[in-house]
Design a binder for this molecule. Structure first.
Ligand code: GLU
Length: 377
């Protein structure tokens, strides 16, 4: 497959996740830096105003807690870190909210743990939350829920968390703002020949070998976790750029390619990634038989599949499961990710979409299979 060329400006992106590390938020000091945060908000608000869906993954809760508590005696214990995060998260959100308010942008706090994206049911809930927020033009501000996340359920650092978020919302770009311009061929602090890699198309052991770790000491991640995140994101169709948050206009500059940065271009779009995954599955969780009108509309009319066109449901499946669409002869004509589980679907099949809420007491939208979440066979 041909490489997707990197678009020259931000206009080509549809949905982006911007991850800002602690060292960027503190501008290299040990306290949150309001001018730095405000400057980032200005750039994020401009992207939002240009029509992009924007999600901010903000670290810095623990550091904000340290600052608020007057830099208490450090401890490596989990309760200590949980305490720092619990104190600092509110503080950092308060600042973000105030600054975004200046640009008339509404923000929302989303705190996640690993389970929220790994458990299928929770994943769908989280996805719905993000969709709802983005549809209303709200900027979700994400962090790990450090105050309650134990070691077993923790992602542990926000590079990977931001790649997970990019996957959930099918972002086409993930921007990792940190305290260096990107990935170097060697440590630029010790090797005069070291140079910045502008584009990494494949991540292999050699690329991991170049990741020497973060120098700031404040954040949890380093270059290694950024490469892990980049690999994760690229696989699901999200391009990644690592750039320095210390540069003026860092975010806009990274997108417009006017500041030094390392790009990791995805070779497929999130949409292609999802479709390939659906086609590659040997088994689906169940089947729905559709009438001839619905079959025509789906196969030739480019339409979504509504419950009214479904005549029978086979199998037991969860909401979000991969389900086959079969014509009256039983032939599989399409497959897609269902909006209703099999029990609910049995109650609404043959019914008009406007009656779903009355029948079920809730509704997840008028379609059983949305066009965008379906492939024809
Ligand atoms: N969740 C942590 C915090 O807000 C940051 C994790 C990281 O540095 O990647 O303090």
């Amino acid at each position: 497959m041909a490489h997707r060329p990197l678009p020259p400006g931000s206009q080509a992106w549809r949905r982006i996740v911007v991850k800002v590390g602690t060292s960027t938020l503190t501008a290299g000091t040990d306290a949150l830096n309001p001018p730095r945060m405000l400057d980032l908000v200005r750039q994020l608000a401009a992207l939002r105003a240009s029509g992009l869906d924007v999600v901010l993954v903000s670290s810095g809760a623990q550091q904000a807690g340290r600052e608020r508590l007057g830099f208490p005696q450090e401890s490596k214990t989990i309760p200590f870190k949980q305490m720092l995060a619990a104190v600092g998260q509110g503080r950092i959100m308060h600042l973000w909210e105030q600054y975004f308010e200046l640009y008339d942008v509404i923000v929302a706090q989303v705190l996640l743990t690993r389970q929220d994206v790994e458990d299928r049911h929770r994943y769908l809930t989280v996805r719905d939350t993000f969709e709802g927020l983005l549809q209303h033009g709200i900027v979700p501000i994400v962090n790990e829920n450090d105050a309650v996340a134990t070691d077993e359920i923790k992602v542990g650092e926000n590079d990977s968390l931001s790649a997970m978020v990019a996957n959930v919302i099918e972002a086409d770009l993930l921007v990792l703002l940190t305290d260096t311009d990107g990935l170097y061929t060697a440590d630029p602090h010790v090797d005069a020949d070291a140079h910045l890699l502008e584009c990494v198309e494949h991540i292999d052991a050699g690329v991991y070998g170049l990741a020497t770790g973060s120098r700031s000491g404040l954040g949890t991640g380093g270059m290694y976790t950024k490469i892990v995140a980049a690999e994760m994101a690229m696989r699901s169709g999200t391009s990644v750029v690592i750039a320095s948050g210390n540069r003026e206009n860092a975010l806009a500059g990274a997108l417009e390619r006017t500041v030094p940065a390392t790009w990791f271009p995805a070779r497929i779009t999130p949409d292609e990634g999802r479709k390939r995954w659906m086609l590659a599955q040997a088994h689906t969780a169940g089947s729905v038989w559709v009438d001839d009108g619905a079959c025509q509309a789906v196969v030739h009319g480019g339409k979504s599949l509504l419950p009214v066109g479904i005549v029978e449901v086979q199998g037991t499946f969860e909401r979000g499961a991969l389900v086959s669409v079969r014509d009256s002869s039983g032939r599989e004509v399409a497959r897609g990710l269902g909006n209703y589980d099999s029990a609910d679907l049995r109650r609404i099949l043959g019914q008009r979409s406007c009656d779903i809420a009355d029948i079920l007491g809730f509704d997840y939208g008028p379609e059983f299979l949305h066009r965008d979440k379906m492939v024809l066979l």
